[in-house]
Ligand binder design. Structure first.
Ligand code: ZN
Length: 291
């Protein structure tokens, strides 16, 4: 064989080996730790339909929140249907009654009262387990009076918080309540560098990262990128999966979103994949293994 032939042969072998080395997708249970069932979804995606989507996707528990809170309550109240679908509902109090609340909640005392009322009322699936998702488009608003009060409330009552914020707000929010369990929605949708995520994870032991919409998580082929694989190896207990069904289009693609996650989860050691897919969120909310 010529030298060139050997090089080509070697390349072919490398390509074949790479192809074979790709692991199978993760097939275990999923916990969707970022799910909205907002009022505009009800007509197109009624409750039996969304539960069927979860069931087909292998989702066995959801962190449920909605604008307003009616969608979460309807999921929580459907005890027989959720049990039949094998889906456990973990309800969160959303801070928004309507879209206008997105931009001023952090200084709006009526939001704080609404949250207290909701917590007192609870849901048919049990007490609320957290607050959010909330958004801060300007990180400085993490120091708004109601944002600070809600963080302290979460810490005092053992509630988790789901926050869609940029990385500077993580330090600010946790300064109000250093022991609060803060789920960073999208682990920074603006794509904070992996090194910055690592630094925050090291600094804040109660910080968790949810992974929907996370830039750079996967390569163009849908497989896990090397920097994120290394981050998960360092913090296998700190990341969660989510769909973020914030608009109806996300419901239409719900099963393919979850299948896409199964592909990159398959690139991880099985125990780490199972942690991110299910166990980290299940541990956070003390859920038993799904049957
Ligand atoms: Zn969301």
């Amino acid at each position: 064989m010529s030298a060139l032939g050997r090089v080509i042969g070697g390349l072919l072998l490398a390509i074949v080996t790479l192809g074979v080395a790709r692991a199978d997708p993760y097939v275990g249970a999923l916990f969707d730790a970022h799910l909205h069932y907002n009022d505009e979804a009800f007509a197109t995606y009624p409750l039996p339909d969304v539960l069927a989507r979860m069931q087909r996707a292998g989702v066995r528990a959801i962190l449920a929140n909605s604008r307003p809170n009616d969608g979460t309550k309807s999921l929580a109240a459907a005890r027989a249907q959720t049990a039949a679908a094998g889906v456990t509902i973990v309800p969160f109090v959303r801070l928004y009654r309507n879209r206008a609340d997105y931009t001023g909640w952090f200084a709006d005392e009526t939001i704080y009262s609404m949250v207290l009322d909701e917590l007192a009322r609870g849901t048919a699936a049990g007490p609320y387990r957290g607050l959010g998702e909330f958004h801060l488009y300007d990180s400085a608003n993490a120091n708004g009076p109601v944002a600070a009060k809600l963080m302290r409330l979460a810490q005092n009552r053992g509630l988790a918080v789901l926050a869609h914020v940029d990385d500077p707000a993580i330090d600010l929010l946790l300064a109000h309540a250093p022991k609060a369990r803060l789920i960073w929605a999208h682990t920074g949708i603006s794509g904070a560098p992996v090194e910055r995520v690592r630094e925050l994870m090291r600094r804040h032991p109660t910080l968790l990262g949810e992974l929907s919409y996370r830039p750079g998580l996967t390569d163009a082929d849908g497989h896990l990128s090397a920097p994120w694989k290394a981050l998960f190896a360092e913090f296998p207990t700190r990341f969660l999966l989510g769909s973020d069904t914030w608009v109806n289009a996300r419901w239409s693609e719900y099963e393919s979103l979850m299948q896409a996650a199964r592909i990159w989860l398959g690139d991880l050691p099985p125990a780490t994949a199972q942690r991110i897919a299910w166990r980290n969120a299940a541990d956070l909310f003390e859920l038993a293994e799904p049957k």
